[in-house]
Each structure stands twice: as C-alpha cells, then as structure tokens.
Design a binder for this molecule. Sequence first.
Ligand code: PMP
Length: 426
Amino acid sequence: MQNAYQKMDTAELKAAIAELEREVEETRAKELKLDMARGKPSPEQVNISRPMLDILTSDADLMDEGVDCSNYGCFEGIPSARRLAGEFIGVPPEQTIVLGSSSLNIMQSILIHYWEKGVPGYTPWSKLDHVKFLCPAPGYDRHFGITQDLGIENVPVRMTETGPDMDEVERLLAEDDSIKGMFCVPKYSNPTGVTYSEETVRRLATCKAAPDFRIVWDNAYAVHDLTDDGDKLANIFDIAREAGNEDRILGVASTSKITFPGAGIAFFGSSPANVVEVANTLKVGLISANKLNQLMHTRFLPDLDAVHEHMRKHAEFLRPRFDAVERKLSEGLGGTGCATWTHPNGGYFVSFDGPEGSAKRIAALCAELGVKLTPAGATWPYGNDPHDTNIRIAPTYPSVDELEAALDVLVLATKLVSAQLALEER
Ligand code: PMP
C-alpha cells in the first residue's frame, strides 16, 4: 500500500516537500526544548505518593506482624510486603521475595547467577559455547542490555497484537537448545502496550524448550490501567505448574511507577524451589533489605485494592497525555498511510512506526527541532531495528501542552521524511 506521498506525481511531491521544509524552518525558529524520551512519571504524578512519607515517624510502631522492621532479619521480606508481592505476581506469599527498590537489579542478579553457577543441575551458561535469549521486539532496551553485557546473544522475535510471535518462538525453541531464556513484559508491554493473550501465555508456559530455559516475566505494568476496564492477563504460574514447568517462570515487578521510581520496593516470585535457591544466592551479599521502606509501602498500600485505588489517581494524569498522543497523531497522520501507532489501555508508552528506513531520520530531525525522543532503534536488540521504522513515544513526563507541541514536531518530521523517501525512491 502506497502512502500519500508515494501516490503523488513528482511535481506535486516536490511542492509538498517545499511546503513541509518551510514548516520545518518555522518550527526551528521557535527554538523548542521538549523531551518525549523518558519513561517516568511527571512530578505532579509522583506527588500523589508523598503522604506515604509521613507514615514512618520517630514514634511509629515499627513491627510488622511480629517482625521488627528496625533491625536485621527476615531476608525474604516482611509478611505484609510478601502478601502484596504474591497478589502482584500471582503466586502465594511464601513464593515471593521482597527486595530493594529495583526489579531490573533482581533480574540482573539472577541472570548473572545462572551465568556463573547455572540453573541448578545444569551447566553454567558461561561454560557453554553459545547462549541465546529471545527478545520480543520492539521491547525494553534495558532488558537487552543485561544479556548483552554478559555476552549472551539477543535474538529478536517480532511482537504481534497478542504478544511475541509464538509460532516463531516455538520454532526457535524446538530447534535450538542454546536458547536459555526470554524477556517478557506481559501486560502493557514496553513499548507496544500489548497485553499477552491467554493463548500466548499458555504457549509460553507449556512449549517445548531446554530444561534450563527461563522466562523473565517482568510484570512492571501489572496495575497500570488507564481506565477501570483494564486488560486482563492470565496467570502463567498456574499454567506452568500444571504443565510441570513451574521453575521456568521468574516473576518480577516493583512499585517504581506506583510510588517513587528508584525508591519503591521490588518483588520476585517463582516456584518454591527457585525462591529458595535465589534467596540463598542473594543472601550471600545482603543481610536484609530495607524493611522500613517495605513497612512504609504496605501501611500506605496494604493490598491490591488499595493499589488499584492509588493507580486511579495516576491514571487521571496519564489519560489526558495518552489522549493527546492519539488525537495529535490521528489529526496529523491519520489517513496518510505514513505511520501506524498503538492504542494501549495502560502502561507508559505508545509504539510508533513510520515508513521503512524512516525512524532514524525522523528522530534526528526531531532532535534538530528541539524534541528529544528515545533513540531510534533502542527498542531492538543491539539498537538494530531491521526496517528502521520504530520510535517509542513516552508521553508521561511532559505537561500536556509540551507533549502536544512535541507531537506536532513528530508529525511534521514524519511527513517530511516520508515525502523525502518517496522522492528518493523514484
Ligand atoms: N521493567 C520494565 C518493563 C520497565 O519499563 C522498567 C522501567 N522503565 C523497569 C523494569 C525498571 O523497573 P525498576 O525500577 O523496578 O528497576
């Protein structure tokens, strides 16, 4: 299917480019300085959690169901926090560990552990000739960074509207037992906003794979619905257990985008055997996590109902921003055939695709015009988007006015680059 510029005759196309270049010069003269790159909450949004900071005062009760949070001990986490972790991840509280503030840190520690020592009963990954991880793409660059840093080969698998392309995943896993893991953001995936369908979840939990194959089930956006009618995710732990694969799933989540990014609490949840083994490893380097932070969090958000109530307040800030993305993109690019984008029901991102070979040029032009985007290519392993189409839009941090101005620039840059590509093709 041709886009609007490809359909024009050459004279029309040249005139359209001249007009778009004039608009670009007008925009350049405005000397904008806008940032649509950061996947973090706006300052006003973070302020919602400030009342939590008043909970632990010098005369507060620092006991949690018999555990003294003001001293060492209780490595796996305080009882109220493990209960919350279990609700978040979808496993019983005994199958959780509540740690410091970062889920990324937990993922890295576990993968380094398997790299050095191996999944129990199997060769350490570092001793194998070749180790690969499946990376749904577009995906989260920091996931890809953990494995890349270890020397694991990242193998992209295309995302679809129901999750990773499962035919491809099953084909690769059946023929290649050097594939030892896979990253999944199963709800409101970063950056597509896709929630994995029940069939995808089932196939991931049950498909044939190497016995030491592990899925990093990063449910970072588990409760981040934009409306009360959010997406539903099937419980992979239940399905994996029934299939005899319960050790396959490594669940993680955190309150980074619920309370304070970088100062929340992070959760790990998995099979009973994995939890014991991971705890034994992490205990080597940690006597106990910050239990006062855990206590402050669970007094503020005692259960999942309280979390959902809190997330409704976040959604009030997020909805107008996601609406602005949809409105600006459909007004500016709808019907041109130059771009497609996702329409998520939650999470932190919109995934945008321009014509083949356009993303780096669009991002560069936006940067020239004062709009910073996540670097084009970042959503693919090694920064290598094979068709150079994808741009991650992070609408949460800027104000709605700033966001609208940044989206106008993205629309303009997409039109000009699409038109230029159409002319270069001739
Ligand atoms: N996983 C995903 C999918 C994310 O988008 C993010 C934050 N951008 C993280 C993990 C990082 O979470 P944490 O702060 O718990 O390390």
